[in-house]
Design a protein around this ligand. Structure first.
Ligand SMILES: [Zn+2]
Length: 277
């Protein structure tokens, strides 16, 4: 059974990922015969999107002229190939509809490390993991790598690491504090709060929004450097999924952030998967 790593670059827009200088992700894609796909998230904000992931559903391609139920069926069946195990299908996921539960049943040790407080240990998202923890720091992929351990443990055969990375989430931090973007931090902090006057004030300077969008790509570049360290430590045959839980709006059509937004850019996410050779 192939070890499995699922990396979620929280809030990372498709274009922020694609345009970043990311030699390690690109080399992994090339070695896997894969490309970075433009896919669609099932949800526009963190918790429901992760719930879908942990049901076993990756971001979809929005195929036309096919029954939606057939798309679900196909998504569940793809786990056989990813894991290198005999036939898995929708029935294998019933009744719990939980990827970590299915993996535990197969003999995986299941490990979750998350960066966003809405995914903390007390939430449903943590269900069926053997070892699940909210990281103390919002942007600590490096810390996750320091403790990563691919030994399955007694009586088990493989490992599943589910890693939610906060680096690409606002405020797009790379270990050091960003220079303050005047007028934007405060407004976004209160976004969605009807009591905060700032939330409805269009005080978004285009240059500041562009700087934030650019900074998200710089954060992808930082994650890419750490991804090289991850690959060095992965056992051969490890299956790796790299994606995002939703996109982010930087002022397009009057929208900012993610969540209560109906806009293609909040659902558009990068998707890449392949095997460590
Ligand atoms: Zn998120």
């Amino acid at each position: 059974m192939n070890p499995l790593i699922w990396l979620v670059l929280d809030s990372c827009r498709y274009d922020s990922f694609v345009r970043a200088a990311k030699p390690n992700f690109d080399a992994f894609a090339a070695a896997s015969g894969a490309v970075v796909e433009r896919r669609w998230s099932y949800a526009s904000f963190t918790a429901p999107s992760h719930y879908a992931f942990l049901m076993g559903l990756t971001p979809h391609r929005s195929p036309m002229n096919v029954l939606a139920s057939e798309v679900y069926r196909s998504q569940f069946e793809q786990w056989s190939e990813r894991l290198g195990v005999e036939r898995l299908d929708f029935g294998s996921f019933l009744p719990h509809l939980s990827l970590p539960r299915v993996l535990k049943g197969l003999g995986y040790r299941t490990i979750g490390r998350v960066s966003l407080p809405v995914l903390n240990e007390a939430t449903l998202i943590s269900s069926h993991f053997d070892d699940y923890r909210l990281m103390a720091d919002h942007a600590d992929f490096a810390g996750m790598l320091r403790e990563i351990d691919f030994s399955p443990g007694p009586g088990l055969q493989s490992t599943f690491h589910f890693l939610n990375l906060g680096e690409t989430h606002y405020p797009y931090r790379m270990g050091a504090e960003l220079p303050r973007l005047s007028g934007v931090h405060g407004t976004l902090r209160h976004m969605g709060d009807p009591a905060a006057d700032d939330s409805r004030r269009p005080a978004f300077a285009p240059a500041a929004l562009k700087a934030m969008h650019d900074q998200q790509s710089r954060c992808v570049e930082n994650v890419d450097l750490l991804f090289a360290q991850l690959l060095e430590r992965c056992p051969r045959g490890t299956h790796v999924i790299i994606t995002a839980d939703h996109g982010e709006l930087f002022g397009e059509d009057g929208y900012f952030g993610h969540g209560p937004i109906m806009h293609p850019l909040v659902f558009e996410v990068p998707f890449l998967e392949g095997r460590v050779r």
